[in-house]
Ligand binder design. Structure first.
Ligand code: ATP
Ligand code: MG
Length: 405
């Protein structure tokens, strides 16, 4: 189990640092998740030891965040980030501190974003070091900025998106002062790098709590618009997002958002691509989903061949998930599931009976007509018109006007 391996490694790291005389604790998300009885994603260690001392204690380690004093300690099956207690200097770009300075655990806790993320735990002494009131907020299920919310969001605008993501995921209410600051500063979101916004959006939308995140964002319309470039947020959208299955990818959830926009969704694909730094593959998949969505909505009117072609596409799973996730499908959904299962049983992407090679062998010449023949023959095959390859070949001859047929 990789999480257990990481925890065991983190314990060994803390032990060795403490034996060498340095304060060292579990820090941040892993302490929060453990207190909440959730399995942590990874284990981070915070220590008084400065990077050269950490590097010297762990032969298989390397400095990753040179500016921030972060050292990555690796083992075969696990890795742990070891960060020296630090205070962040001034922020002039709304994202990165201009300089950092090494300091005490308490000051390190205070530079963190939210009280629930500002806890340290000493796994050897079994002592929680809580300089920011994190434990009480976790118990009360409150997400609260550490210190002045306006200052903290002013320093680093990305924290506002993190607030939405954590509140949704942890099912916390956002503290009033924290929320007011977000409402006031939401327009600043445009100043964050698009990569960072895209990654935050990915984490929000790929998590099962995506509907709660979208709902919160929609309550901050300027932030929503700043992130996506359009506004959305009907109850129908939230219900759809909530119903999407685990493992849903970012572009599938984005397709649900586009659906909420209505008829003008297609031109928003390049907008999302640019704003969220989608890869080519992702934006092509999104464009396909947006284009095919109306077809699957009207699946009862689609030919067998057209449905099979949709089902053979690599994004079909996403399209199907979107269709199924819409609320109030009722009995139509059973009929849809039935149709999909029976087409799948017939085979949605059988090898074509008539290929280009076969047509050439029959004397045809490649070109637009040729391509049209191939498509028509494959559609008829998908429709189930041909009992076998011989029947398909006969149909090909008829198409080509072969006198023998
Ligand atoms: P996750 O489970 O999503 O990894 P996490 O709490 O570990 O949650 P990370 O983004 O991995 O979050 O960051 C680790 C810790 O670093 C946080 O718990 C927080 O204390 C601190 N941190 C991260 N990003 C910021 C930020 N932008 N401003 C202030 N502190 C931050
Ligand atoms: Mg983390």
């Amino acid at each position: 189990n990789p999480a257990e391996a990481a925890q065991a490694l983190a314990r060994r790291v803390v032990t060795r640092l403490q034996e060498a005389g340095h304060a060292a604790y579990f820090a941040g998300g892993c302490v929060r998740d453990t207190l909440m009885g959730r399995p942590p994603k990874d284990f981070d260690v915070a220590t008084a030891a400065e990077p050269p001392a950490v590097l010297a204690l762990f032969p298989r380690s390397q400095q990753v965040g040179v500016a921030f004093g972060v050292v990555l300690v690796r083992e075969k099956r696990a890795q742990v980030e070891v960060a020296t207690f630090r205070a962040d200097g001034t922020y002039s770009d709304g994202r990165h501190p201009d300089a950092v300075r090494f300091t005490t655990a308490e000051e390190d806790a205070r530079r963190r974003d939210f009280t629930c993320n500002g806890l340290f735990f000493d796994p050897l002494a079994k002592v929680l070091h809580d300089y920011v009131g994190g434990r009480a907020d976790i118990e009360a299920k409150v997400l609260r900025a550490i210190g002045s919310a306006r200052e903290r969001f002013g320093e680093d605008h990305l924290r506002m998106l993190r607030a939405v993501r954590f509140a949704a995921r942890l099912e916390f209410a956002i503290a009033p002062e924290t929320w007011e600051a977000m409402a006031q500063l939401q327009g600043n979101i445009g100043g964050i790098s698009r990569e960072r916004i895209g990654e935050e959006v990915r984490m929000m939308l790929e998590h099962p709590a995506r509907a709660a995140a979208a709902r919160l964002l929609a309550e901050l319309p300027t932030m929503f618009e700043g992130v996506f470039g359009f506004s959305a947020g009907t109850e129908r959208l939230f219900a759809t997002l909530a119903n999407l299955p685990t493992g849903t990818r970012r572009h599938v959830a984005l397709a649900a958002l586009l659906r909420d926009v209505g008829a003008d969704a297609a031109p928003m694909v390049p907008v999302l691509r640019r704003r969220l730094m989608l890869s080519n593959e992702e934006s092509e998949a999104l464009a396909w989903l947006a284009a095919k969505r109306p077809l699957v909505e009207a699946w009862e009117d689609l030919s067998k061949a057209a449905t099979k072609r949709l089902m053979a596409h690599r994004e079909w799973q996403g399209l199907e998930a979107l269709y199924r996730a819409e609320p109030d499908r009722g009995e139509e959904m059973l009929a849809f599931a039935e149709r999909v299962a029976s087409l799948r049983e017939e085979g949605v992407a059988p090898p074509p009976h008539v290929t280009g090679q076969v047509l050439i062998g029959m004397g045809a010449h490649p070109g637009p007509t040729f391509k049209g023949w191939l498509d028509a023959l494959y559609d008829r095959q998908l429709e189930g018109e041909f009992a076998d390859a011989v029947a398909a070949l006969a149909a090909a001859r008829r198409l080509m006007g072969d006198p023998r047929s």
